[in-house]
Design a protein around this ligand. Structure first.
Ligand code: LLP
Length: 422
């Protein structure tokens, strides 16, 4: 039997969605997103902890609205993400902008909007202080703690490009005080998909200790990185255990400083990852001698994680009779590269063209990392609302719309609209 215990939606519902909106389609569950927000919000009942959602994980405006409605602010990493949140009506004070090789133009735009600017280099801090004396900012620190599900998302290690070195914090304080800039917050993010919760606790200690150098401090942001299990045999991150251990550290810190203070976390994956499925349809079954392939109508242009990080996503055939004999397949995408394999050696009930596959835990870093590679359209996105309705939250473009949009973006118009224009 293939494992379907982790399929979070009734397969009939997924069939109905595929029948109405076609594939490939990302399907999200509002209920699950709200439940997960609530779990986080209740984690530290006796502490001044607030939650920011890392927009990069899934920035569909409908999803952002749901999360904001649950009382989360936003963690953003580009001016475009800042603008997106502002245009959705978010209060600038609830937007935390962690810059990374930011341009002067981006700095001025963000400063004008009044969002909380989190600065990650001494050079940028200098230019901010020159331009905005007597203002406030936060600084990102490189804590020299290494974690993350893959080297490409390990951000806190010694050689990382992110953050200001711990030994340069005093220099940062000096630069800020020359311009009467208040460093009101410090931040770190050690990696995404943290493997060792102990590392997050060590990071908390490092930041609490670093805060002693910063007398004006009002908050510490400990970043995101909480992992989710992608494989059936992986265990969930033990939130309660983590909260208990973090609380002990928070308690002694707060007792010592004896003034109003806030802590922040900024998870992305944990909030939305399990609440999204990529639905795709098999169109080719192919015996290549040593390997049997299921060819689908999606690929790494829509879900990059397997190709980029060798990430595992559970794949369930929601159409095949579970009593069919089991077969091992490579589940392949339709992108013209041999690396476009969504799942290697997956044991599924014998499958045929026309079957629908659900690729699980695709709610985070799925659609946000999708591209038009091979000039293909992006997937549609459908939300299963908390009332149980199916709501399109992004329409799929037709091939004509996709190509016409591309031509007009590049300043060209269609040949048939104007003679000789192309
Ligand atoms: N805060 C900052 C400053 C970050 O850079 C990130 C993620 C987060 C928070 C949220 O991390 P999370 O809670 O989602 O782990 N594309 C990769 C993940 C890249 C994460 C980049 N930064 C993946 O698909 O696994």
């Amino acid at each position: 039997m293939q494992s379907i215990h982790s399929l979070p939606v009734d397969p009939d519902r997924l069939h109905a969605i595929a029948g109405k909106w076609g594939t490939p389609t990302y399907v999200y569950m509002e209920d699950m997103i709200r439940e997960r927000c609530l779990l986080l919000k209740n984690l530290f009942p006796n502490f001044p902890v607030s939650w920011l959602y890392a927009v990069k994980a899934n920035d569909n405006p409908h999803i952002l609205k749901i999360i904001a409605n649950e009382g989360f602010g936003f963690d953003t990493v580009s001016y475009e993400e800042v603008l997106l949140c502002l245009k959705l009506g978010t209060n600038p004070g609830d937007i935390f902008y962690t810059e990374n090789n930011m341009t002067d133009v981006e700095m001025h735009c963000a400063a004008k909007q009044g969002v909380v600017l989190n600065i990650g280099s001494i050079g940028r801090l200098k230019s901010f202080c020159e331009a905005y004396p007597k203002s406030e900012c936060s600084i990102r620190i490189k804590p020299d703690i290494s974690d993350g599900h893959h080297a490409k998302v390990d951000t806190g290690n010694q050689d990382s490009k992110f953050g200001i070195r711990l030994d340069l914090v005093s220099e940062a304080v000096g630069i800020a005080s020359e311009s009467q800039v208040q460093i009101s917050g410090i931040h770190a993010h050690i990696g995404s998909g943290i493997r060792e919760p102990e590392n997050l606790l060590t990071e908390i200690e490092v930041l609490l200790e670093a805060s002693e150098k910063l007398r004006d401090l009002k908050f510490i942001n400990f970043g995101g990185g909480m992992p989710i299990p992608y494989r059936n045999d992986e265990r969930s991150f033990d939130l309660n255990r983590f909260a208990k251990m973090a609380s002990e550290r928070f308690r002694s810190f707060l007792d010592n400083i004896n003034r109003p203070f806030s802590f922040y976390f900024e998870p992305g994956r944990w909030v939305v990852g399990p609440a999204g499925i990529l639905l795709t349809q098999v169109n080719t079954v192919k015996d290549q001698g040593r390997k049997l392939f299921l060819g689908t109508d999606t690929g790494f242009n829509h879900l990059l994680r397997p190709a980029l990080y060798d990430s595992y996503h559970e794949i369930v055939n929601i159409s095949a009779d579970p009593e069919n004999r089991m077969q091992s397949y490579h589940v392949a995408g339709n992108i013209c590269e041999s690396g476009d394999i969504l799942g290697f050696d997956r044991t599924l009930p014998e499958s045929k063209s026309g079957d629908y596959l659900a690729i699980l835990d695709a709610g985070a870093y799925g659609m946000t990392m999708a591209s038009h590679y091979n000039r293909r359209a992006l997937p549609a996105e459908v939300l299963i609302t908390k009332e149980g309705y199916h709501k399109t939250i992004r329409k799929r473009k037709t091939p004509d719309e996709t190509v016409d949009g591309f031509l007009s973006d590049t300043g060209m118009i269609r040949m048939d609209e104007k003679d000789g224009a192309v």
